[in-house]
Design a protein around this ligand. Structure first.
Ligand SMILES: Nc1nc2c(ncn2[C@@H]2O[C@H](COP(=O)(O)OP(=O)(O)OP(=O)(O)O)[C@@H](O)[C@H]2O)c(=O)[nH]1
Length: 449
């Protein structure tokens, strides 16, 4: 399979030329302020003109999900026309059932065009676009063979897809894992329809797609604000927090957002989020894991640091029914995932400063939690995020989990005087807070370490 075959992957014009044509002034704040920003258009064009850029940094990937008609394409178009300095490759994942991803990997029909990159279209600002109808992972792999042509990847999933398998595939595919890095999962919701979509029961009693998409989100874009009034928007925000208390929520019209919210956030790589979030004024914390219920647009402006301190040692739980419209319910109350175990909700467990975690024990516990012990069925645990104080380390650690895959990475050093607490967030259904808390406490390092 020659997926890099130029005949199968036609590129009308070398993208380096397109990038060179883009004015250097296009390089925006986002590229300049983010510590791990890929080269801006100017530098990339210069590099491409001389030698291929050294393959040092993995290419960040933003995953865009959302219900049918919520505004995903509108967002992609905004990204492709806005000035942010990235050359984006866009992958449209048009699979109705994302389980097909795995199947497509296994059996690829003989004689069929081996390249999943069905079409490449050059866009005005030098971006490229391809359509992967059958096999997202394979499409990404062949995309990566042309990695000198772009420095950012957007994946737009179909409106009916559970984004979980796509997100975790980015971590598990051997070829991909070193060349790309998941940066952010964005879920676009339609202000007019999201409440009905969240409440829509599935015949099998399972979690519907809208709930899954909200549960997986790092960032929720509450789009089509022109179609709802203030009261309705507040109610929607409350419901979204009821499912996912950790995602930031940004209201928008036609997805016209500050792209620093969703591009190169560094949320999965520890320590970079602070700069990006602060720059965007989103009220985020040092890591995506740590900005709790106040990080949404409605509550933005509060000092995340202060907020986190207030939460030290305090366990919270969020799980409202989709019908629950009282935003107050989603902030402070222990609102019953135990009593209503089938609703998707968020369980947050904090450890006060002075209680450092033993990393080996934590990993062992997460392994058993996700794969064995039934504390939370892995299929019901959508996301795990955490800011960790690890025994014997002067560095913060960041935990990110999507489905049964998780990763702990070392972040920046704790600042002098900073409260070295830990906070873990579990998003899923049938979560048993007591069992999770007990399991986590068993991972504490012995007091003398
Ligand atoms: N009123 C209103 N319409 C919007 C807004 N944003 C997008 N739309 C419209 O909503 C429709 C759907 O937007 P798309 O961007 O195509 O949504 P999508 O999520 O890509 O849709 P699918 O590909 O069907 O999943 C289009 O007609 C848009 O013009 C908004 O903020 N307000």
């Amino acid at each position: 399979m020659s997926s890099s075959d130029d005949e199968e992957v036609p590129l009308a014009v070398p993208l380096a030329a397109a990038a060179a044509a883009a004015p250097a002034a296009d390089a925006p704040d986002a590229a300049q302020s983010a510590q791990k920003a890929p080269a801006g258009a100017e530098a990339a064009a210069a590099a491409a003109a001389a030698t291929p850029p050294a393959q040092v940094q993995p290419v960040p990937v933003t995953l865009i999900t959302g219900f049918l008609g919520s505004g995903k394409t509108t967002l992609v178009n905004h990204i492709l026309t806005a000035k942010h300095g990235y050359r984006c490759a866009v992958l449209l994942n048009e699979i109705a059932d994302s389980a097909d991803i795995e199947r497509a990997l296994v059996k690829e029909p003989e004689g069929q065009d081996a390249s999943p990159l069905a079409q490449w279209t050059e866009l005005e600002n030098g971006c490229i676009c391809c359509s992967a109808k059958n096999d997202m992972v394979k499409a990404l792999e062949s995309l990566m063979q042309q990695r000198d042509r772009f420095d950012y990847v957007l994946i737009e999933t179909t409106g009916l897809a559970n984004p979980g398998p796509v997100a975790s595939a980015l971590w598990t595919d051997e070829q991909l894992e070193s060349s790309i890095c998941l940066d952010c999962i964005v879920t676009v919701v339609d202000a007019r329809h999201i409440r009905r979509q969240l409440a829509d029961p599935r015949p099998d009693g399972g979690v519907n797609e809208a709930q899954q998409q909200v549960a997986f989100a790092d960032v929720v874009l509450l789009n089509k604000t022109d179609l709802a009034d203030e009261q309705q928007l507040r109610e929607i925000e409350g419901e979204i927090r009821g499912v996912n208390a950790e995602a930031s929520i940004t209201r928008c019209h036609r997805c016209a957002i500050d792209l620093r919210l969703i591009l190169n956030t560094g949320m999965y790589s520890a320590g970079l989020r602070g700069a990006a979030a602060a720059a965007a004024g989103s009220g985020g914390d040092d890591v995506g894991a740590a900005g709790a219920e106040g990080s949404g647009a409605a509550a933005a402006g509060g000092g995340a640091e202060q907020q986190q301190q207030q939460q030290q040692g305090e366990d919270t739980e969020h799980a409202c029914s989709p019908q629950c419209s009282n935003p107050e319910h989603h902030h402070h109350h222990h609102h019953g995932s135990d009593s209503d175990p089938n609703k998707v909700g968020t369980v947050t467990i904090s450890l006060p400063p002075g209680q450092a975690l033993d990393l080996a024990r934590l990993r062992h516990w997460l392994d058993t939690l996700l794969w064995e012990d039934g504390t939370a069925d892995a299929a019901d645990l959508f996301r795990i995020k955490g800011l960790l104080c690890v025994a014997g380390s002067i560095h913060k650690h960041v935990l990110q989990g999507v489905h049964e895959i998780y990763d702990v990475v070392e972040g920046p050093e704790w600042r002098p005087g900073e409260a070295r607490g830990s906070k873990l967030v579990f998003i899923g259904r049938r979560l048993r807070r007591d069992a999770l808390a007990a399991g986590l406490h068993a991972c504490l390092a012995p007091a003398d370490s």
